[in-house]
Design a protein around this ligand. Structure first.
Ligand code: GDP
Length: 199
């Protein structure tokens, strides 16, 4: 998969630090501990790719991974939300930056929201999905840690999330079970991301 070539490019804390807005990128969001880093690592078949996003000081930055040799195509790791104490003015700056990113970034072609399959669709997950859908950007709900449930329970969880999202979001949000541990669902998720990036 072209995603296996992913490598760290930069971390942006302000709009000026973002790469030129002319390519195609897919953003990954998720609550802290949902399993987003593990999911990114599994998709890119690398052990420590997303670790850089967790470096202290990077928790309020957009971390860009490039996909050589494809110029202008990126994976973007959004900070895990629900992170501890950030000073209030920093929080406001960050909120504004993220808002602006979602509203104006032309290169943003899709959003992956990583959720623990046992606790999906928390407030912030819905907020993220809403951001994307209001802009007409497709979203993909990656229900990870599926290895923690039986097959039957995992399928039921997927169906329940699909049903719940179908009302508000129609078919702009797709849903799948995933596991960074067992690698279940890696091919399916790669196909979605590569499709959005035109790879
Ligand atoms: P992040 O904060 O969303 O980036 O979450 P991490 O990827 O760091 O994972 C948080 C915790 O969940 C770690 O202890 C991981 O080992 C564990 N974890 C992540 N993905 C999976 C998975 O698919 N299955 C299981 N069983 N544990 C997982």
């Amino acid at each position: 998969s072209p995603l296996e070539r992913a490598r760290y490019l930069l971390a942006a804390h302000t709009r000026k630090q973002l790469p030129e807005d002319g390519g195609a990128e897919v953003a990954f969001a998720g609550r802290s501990n949902a399993g987003k880093s593990s999911a990114l690592n599994a998709l890119c078949r690398q052990n420590a790719l997303a670790r850089v996003s967790k470096t202290p000081g990077r928790t309020q930055q957009l971390v860009y991974f490039e996909l050589p040799p494809h110029e202008g195509k990126y994976l973007v790791d959004l900070p895990g939300y629900g992170y501890a104490k950030v000073p209030q003015d920093l929080q406001a700056h960050w909120q504004a930056f993220l808002d602006q990113y979602f509203h104006t970034r032309a290169a943003l072609k899709g959003l992956v929201v990583v959720m623990d399959i046992r606790h999906p669709l928390k407030d912030y997950d819905r907020e993220m999905l809403g951001f994307a859908v209001r802009r007409g950007i497709p979203a993909h709900a990656l229900l990870t840690k599926a290895d923690k449930l039986s097959r039957g329970a995992a399928s039921s969880a997927v169906l329940a999330v699909r049903r719940e999202l179908a009302g508000p979001y129609g078919d702009t949000v797709s849903v799948q079970a995933f596991s960074g541990e067992s690698k279940q669902g890696v091919e399916e998720a790669r196909a979605v991301v590569e499709g959005w990036l035109g790879l």
